[in-house]
Design a protein around this ligand. Structure first.
Ligand SMILES: [Zn+2]
Length: 144
């Protein structure tokens, strides 16, 4: 499934349920949704991005992630933005392949966001070195 308003709404609902300023939602291959919030800590080195919980849950379930969105609320209450996953979260999503679709900011659109694949976000992905002739490393190489 592609990122859509339903997935964004699930992330926003999760963000509000936990009174946070960031959250994420992922679609699994069967259309179900997992959501999570960032793990913030006094020691910033222990923080985890909002996507991490949903990604770890999907991995625990042996499920396939097909799409991910990250939402962030502006502190001045001026709205909510869909932002691309950070570089680390792109790495965390990479085991599901280059065709995982993510939400990205697109202020020129009516919704303010658009959809891109991991391949589009990172056309020179370093892991291609380990792809053994393919365009993307196999899941077993990413997550043995
Ligand atoms: Zn991240």
């Amino acid at each position: 499934m592609r990122p859509d308003q339903r997935l964004v709404d699930a992330a926003v609902e999760q963000m509000r349920r936990r009174a946070r300023t960031e959250a994420a939602a992922v679609y699994l291959h069967d259309g179900s949704i997992l959501t999570s919030v960032a793990l913030d800590n006094l020691n910033a080195a222990a923080n985890l991005c909002a996507e991490t919980g949903a990604i770890c849950r999907a991995h625990t379930l042996g499920a396939t992630i097909t799409a991910s969105v990250f939402v962030s609320a502006w502190e001045d209450d001026s709205g909510i933005s869909v932002l691309a996953p950070c570089g680390i979260c792109q790495e965390r999503l990479a085991p599901w392949g280059p065709d995982v679709l993510v939400g990205v900011a697109a202020p020129e659109t009516d919704s303010g966001w658009a959809v891109r694949s991991l391949r589009e976000l990172n056309p020179f992905y370093w892991g291609r070195y380990f792809a053994d002739g393919d365009a993307w490393p196999a899941p077993g190489i990413h997550s043995p």
